[in-house]
Design a binder for this molecule. Structure first.
Ligand code: UDP
Length: 444
């Protein structure tokens, strides 16, 4: 089979155009030239790393030998084409254990970029649909691990690995490696013992995954009693710090979810592992996908005239079975509020999304909680602007390394500088002060 195939990209992204050769079970995309260039990069980087670090590596190997009687530990792994190999680590618990994997890269067992290496037990459970991962060498940096570090690994590991394999090029490998540096600095290791919730400035934030958050919404959308959700980023928490009314509203919400890298950094300062960055902008398209064809419907309320409706139409193009019960803008005279509420209620929507910016949207929802009928209500910020196409969203690579806010700042410097240049450091300073206070209270 020749020619090119379209592989659907993750939500909101362009599909990938790839060579059809992988259909025959041949190594996808790269072709011989691509294959050679990727391997050449691995050889060059591993040799350069080994040469530059040689004094440390020799000392490390010798120290390991003195401590344990051997230079290297070996971990059985399954490599490319399911060939078994031993992943190397320097023996002994001292720092630098993992650097021995440079030898694996040099030998060709592993690559710098690629799906995570698997133990034989785990490899035997890989579904046939995900077996494409074995067409390439396991990597030191995987696309899934990169996104996990910044809390944006919403797709399954198998999906991200397949996407990597189908689309691999030398340029993409270099990009993945380059992104892994800031992601490691800004993000954190994937959480192990994450608590189900944590507090920032006294506000309880649910620590969960995107999938669980979606299931929760779907469950509540069918319930008779109303549920209100909010997303908080550092700017929201700064507002809550100075605005007691907004703070009360957040305290009264049934669920508050963490939005953005700022919350991730705060969690790092507090020593709290964060499960995921469950922000409204990433949740919205997934919610539309999840409820399409279920009978549940959404009402999109907010943003400039025509924008909410355009965002709904964009989602319906992706998911034709999605029910959009109604849409309207968020600019109306105060006197029209009863009519707006009536419109929303008459639509029969199960989920109401209000996009008027924080704290206006949360306060509007709280003041009209008793009059509103949709079982689930949530404030979602400016996301209709993104999905209607009015404002472009930051590219995926910027989101992966936790720098979406830089993109927003460059888009609207006049409006955003206060929020990000002053607000972000101020927020982190407040978190640091709070953590010290909590630390000394514990000690005392
Ligand atoms: N907005 C609105 N009514 C208003 C003020 C703002 O509908 O009275 C909309 C605005 O058009 C934008 C959203 O609210 O779509 C807020 O955007 P912003 O970027 O401030 O929200 P964020 O996501 O940063 O909270």
């Amino acid at each position: 089979m020749t020619g090119r195939l379209e592989i659907p990209g993750p939500l909101g992204q362009r599909p990938h155009r790839v060579r059809a050769s992988f259909v025959r079970g041949v190594r996808p995309l790269a072709g011989l030239a691509g294959e050679v260039s990727v391997r050449a990069l691995d050889l060059f980087l591993s040799l350069a790393g080994l040469a530059l670090l040689s004094p440390f590596l020799l000392a490390r190997a010798a120290a390991g030998r003195l401590r344990t009687g051997r230079f290297l530990d070996r971990e059985p792994r399954v490599g490319r084409f399911r060939t078994p190999f031993d992943e190397l680590a320097f023996a002994g618990p001292m720092p630098g254990r993992r650097l021995a994997v440079l030898l694996n890269v040099l030998r060709g067992d592993m690559a710098f970029a690629g799906p995570r290496s698997l133990a034989p037990g785990e490899a035997s459970t890989v579904a046939p649909s995900a077996a494409i991962r074995f067409q390439v060498r396991p990597g030191l940096v995987s696309p899934h691990l990169l996104r996990k570090r910044t809390g944006v690994a919403y797709e399954s590991e198998a999906d991200l690995d397949s996407e990597f394999v189908y689309g691999e090029t030398l340029k993409k490998d270099v990009g993945l490696l380059a992104r892994s540096v800031p992601a490691a600095l800004l993000g954190s290791a994937p959480p192990r013992d994450a608590p189900p919730e944590f507090r920032l400035f006294g506000i309880r934030i649910v620590n969960t995954t995107m999938d669980e958050a979606l299931e929760w919404i779907v469950g509540r959308a069918g319930a008779s009693r109303p549920s209100t959700m909010a997303f908080v980023n550092p700017d929201c928490l700064n507002i809550a710090w100075r605005d007691p009314a907004y703070r009360e509203v957040l305290l009264g919400a049934e669920r508050v979810l963490p939005d953005g890298i700022g919350i991730h950094l705060a969690c790092r300062m507090l020593g709290t592992p964060l499960m995921a960055n469950v922000n409204g902008t990433d949740l919205f398209p997934r919610l539309c996908q999840r409820i399409a064809g279920t009978g549940l419907s959404i009402y999109l309320f907010g943003a400039r005239p025509g924008i909410a409706a355009a965002a709904g139409e964009a989602m319906q193009r992706l998911h034709p079975e999605l029910k959009v019960a109604g849409a309207r803008d968020g600019f109306f005279p105060l006197g029209e509020t009863p009519r707006v509420i009536q419109e929303i209620n008459a639509s029969g929507a199960s989920i109401l999304l209000v996009a008027m910016g924080a704290p206006r949207q949360e306060q509007w929802l709280a003041s009209h909680a008793a009059e509103l009928k949709p079982p689930v209500r949530m404030g979602v910020g400016g996301l209709f602007d993104f999905y209607s196409g009015r404002i472009p969203r930051a590219p995926v690579w910027m989101r992966e390394i936790g720098l979406e806010w830089v993109y927003r700042l460059l888009q609207e410097p006049g409006r955003m500088w206060r929020r990000y240049i002053i607000g972000n450091p101020l927020f982190l300073f407040r978190v640091w002060k709070e953590s010290r206070k909590a630390g000394s209270a514990e000690a005392g």
